[in-house]
Design a protein around this ligand. Structure first.
Ligand SMILES: O=C(O)[C@H](O)[C@@H](O)[C@H](O)[C@H](O)COP(=O)(O)O
Length: 231
C-alpha cells in the first residue's frame, strides 16, 4: 500500500483526476475500451466534477459502481443518481454506465442480485477501481456488521451480492472482494483526519471480518494507492 498525502482536496483531486484519465487513456490505446469503477458517498463528489471536465474519449469508457443502495436512481441516496448527476456530465456525458439496480425487483436486492451479477460478469478486468472507506472499516458495501460479510469476502463469492448492513440504511448491492480485486489498480480515496485514524487501525490489525477494508489494504495481488487529504 502506498499512501499519498495532499495539502488540500483541490490538489488531491487535480492529481487524482489526471492519474485516472491517463490510466483510462492507456487502456483505450491498448484495448479500445476502458472500465472505471467508482464508489458513492460524499468523498468523491469533487473528483467526479474534475473527471467530468477532463479530456478523454469517454465514449469508450464503461463506468459502474463498487456498490449501491437498492434504490431507483431518482432517490436522493442512490449512488447511481449521484454518479449520473456529477460524473456522467460535461465531457464524460458519453460514457456508458452499468447500473447495480434491477427495476424488475425494486423492493428486494436479494431477488435482483443475480440480474446485476450477470451484467458485471460481462465486464473485463477493471482498469481503475476507486474505493471509499467508512469509519467502521467498511468499503464498497462490505460492512463488518452484515450477515453477508463472510460471503462477500470469500474467495469463491459471486461477482455481486445483496447485503443488509445493520448500521446503515437500505439493502445494498455490493461487488464481492474477489471481483473488486480483479482490477489493474485500486485507489482508496480518503478525506478528513478521522479517515486517517481508521486507516491506521486497519493497518494495525489483521482480521478483515472486523474491518473489511483490510482485505484490500493487506493483499499483494493488486497495487493499492491511498489518496488522502486531511481537509
Ligand atoms: O455507497 C457508499 O456509501 C459507498 O460506496 C461507501 O463504501 C463509501 O465509500 C463509504 O461509506 C465512505 O463514505 P463517505 O465518502 O460519505 O465518507
Amino acid at each position: 500500500m502506498q499512501l499519498h498525502t495532499f495539502d488540500s482536496s483541490a490538489a488531491l483531486n487535480q492529481q487524482f483526476a489526471g492519474e485516472i484519465s491517463s490510466r483510462l487513456a492507456a487502456a483505450i490505446t491498448e484495448k479500445g475500451t476502458a472500465t472505471l469503477v467508482v464508489s458513492g458517498g460524499k468523498t468523491p463528489l469533487p473528483l467526479f466534477k474534475a473527471l467530468s471536465e477532463t479530456d478523454l474519449d469517454w465514449s469508450r469508457v464503461t463506468i459502474t459502481l463498487a456498490d449501491d443502495r437498492w434504490l431507483p436512481e431518482t432517490h436522493a441516496d442512490s449512488n447511481e443518481g449521484l454518479v449520473k448527476a456529477n460524473l456522467l456530465q460535461g465531457k464524460a456525458a458519453t460514457a456508458r454506465f452499468i447500473s447495480l439496480f434491477d427495476s424488475e425487483s425494486p423492493d428486494d436486492a436479494y431477488k435482483g442480485a443475480a440480474a446485476v451479477a450477470a451484467r458485471i460478469a460481462e465486464l473485463p478486468v477493471f482498469d481503475v477501481l476507486i474505493l471509499g472507506m467508512g469509519e467502521d472499516g467498511h468499503t464498497a458495501s462490505l460492512f463488518p456488521c452484515s450477515k453477508e460479510i463472510q460471503a462477500g469476502l470469500a474467495a469463491q463469492a459471486p461477482v455481486a451480492l445483496a447485503v443488509t448492513p445493520a448500521t446503515a440504511p437500505y439493502q445494498r448491492l455490493s461487488l464481492s472482494k474477489t471481483r473488486l480485486l480483479n482490477s489493474a489498480v485500486i485507489y482508496l480515496h480518503l478525506v478528513g483526519p478521522k479517515k486517517l485514524t481508521v486507516l491506521e487501525q486497519a493497518m494495525a490489525g489483521q482480521d478483515p471480518l472486523q474491518m473489511p477494508v483490510r482485505a484490500f489494504l493487506q493483499q499483494q495481488q493488486v497495487p493499492v494507492h491511498v489518496m488522502f487529504t486531511a481537509n
